[in-house]
Design a protein around this ligand. Structure first.
Ligand code: COI
Length: 353
């Protein structure tokens, strides 16, 4: 694939404090871009990161026909660069596209776009462990219309953003609350694909949760308001006695790539694993009986994030650990070890540049 490259004449890298990276506030010098028109993807290009032209009537702005992914590239101590789980992110991207009538992105466009862009932006991949270059492939409808129909034109971009921890708590346990008066998603809707509206819908309840002193909302199922689903920015795991339990992919939960990595590693290492509905009352009881040992979330941005506290309708689960529990720590170390090349990539998760 021939990618036309137009380089910036003035890099912004000197303006970024790599020792103090927050999440998603800095962007590298270049972006990948390709348009879809008249039934086909046109010529791909890498251009300076800049304003992008759009009409105010661009249909995405009105009806939200768009999809995104969150991926990461890491540096190995050898200087090589690794794009983590490219194939799984590609598959999920196109599954999301299908759900909102966006034409699939060809594999070579997605893959070569990422490889060429990350290669050009090598200097932007943080050197320090636990930091990474967050990659944001996304696609949106560009027809100029207020008509409610699938667009006939689209634009796909990839952006790069050097990042540190997703939560301001770092890797200290975060606090969650349920919000049974709101729901995130229902089976048959779009909760199992990565579309922007899922995140927009979470903002009001999350703001309320934050005003009450919690970091995020722990979403319950939309029908019975009884079963735990996910956290919106991550999937959720519970260690009850010695069994690792996570809610099943049921049509309303996002099938997380890090969730999949945790499950694959857990099964490989013969841990007791269950993917099954987890009632919030079961968790409260397990906590009262001293059986709930650890809670942690998994996500590309969040990696493995310990949860120290869950509030549900006046009841509290508070775990004693002030740090990550040993099981969460094992997954954190193993996954970040593979990402940074300190542990062999036995699973074939890494695309090395
Ligand atoms: C990710 O984990 O990459 C996501 O897309 C979640 C987003 C809230 C940052």
């Amino acid at each position: 694939m021939n990618i036309h490259i137009r380089k910036t004449t003035s890099s912004n890298i000197g303006a970024v404090d790599f020792s103090n990276l927050t999440f998603g506030e800095n962007f590298s010098d270049h972006q990948f871009q390709i348009n879809y028109r008249n039934g086909q993807w046109e010529s791909p290009e890498i251009i300076p990161y800049d304003l992008t032209p759009m009409y105010p009537a661009m249909t995405t702005l009105h009806y939200g026909q768009a999809v995104f992914e969150g991926m990461k590239a890491f540096t190995y101590s050898s200087g090589k660069i690794n794009i983590f789980r490219l194939d799984s992110h590609f598959e999920r991207f196109n599954r999301s596209c299908k759900r909102v009538c966006i034409p699939e992105i060809p594999k070579n466009v997605f893959e070569q776009g990422l490889i060429h862009l990350v290669n050009l932006e090598r200097a932007w991949v943080p050197q320090e462990k636990y930091k990474s270059l967050y990659l944001r492939p996304f696609v949106y409808a560009t027809d100029e219309t207020l008509g409610l129909r699938a667009s006939t034109s689209y634009r796909f971009h990839i952006l790069c953003s050097p990042v540190g921890n997703f939560y301001s708590e770092g890797i200290k346990p975060i606090r969650l609350t349920t919000m049974p008066e709101y729901v995130r998603a229902v089976s048959g809707g779009v909760g199992d694909v990565k579309v922007p509206g899922n995140y927009a819908a979470s903002l009001q309840p999350t703001t309320k949760a934050q005003q009450m002193g919690y970091t995020q909302v722990l979403w319950l199922d939309a029908i019975e308001k009884k079963y735990v689903e996910e956290v919106g920015s991550m999937n959720i795991f519970f260690l009850i006695d010695d069994t690792l339990i996570t809610p099943p992919i049921n049509g309303s939960i996002l099938p997380g790539i890090t969730r999949m990595s945790v499950l694959e590693l857990a099964r490989k290492h013969k841990m007791n694993v269950e993917e099954r509905p987890v009632a919030i009352d079961e968790l409260i009881k397990a906590h009262e009986n001293g059986k709930l040992k650890e809670i942690f979330g998994s996500g590309t941005a969040a990696v493995i994030s310990p949860v120290g506290h869950i509030h549900h309708q006046g009841k509290e689960i508070t775990l004693p650990q002030k740090e990550m529990g040993p099981v969460a720590r094992w997954f954190y170390d193993r996954i970040t070890g593979i990402q940074h090349g300190d542990h062999p990539d036995d699973e074939n998760w890494c695309t090395i540049l």
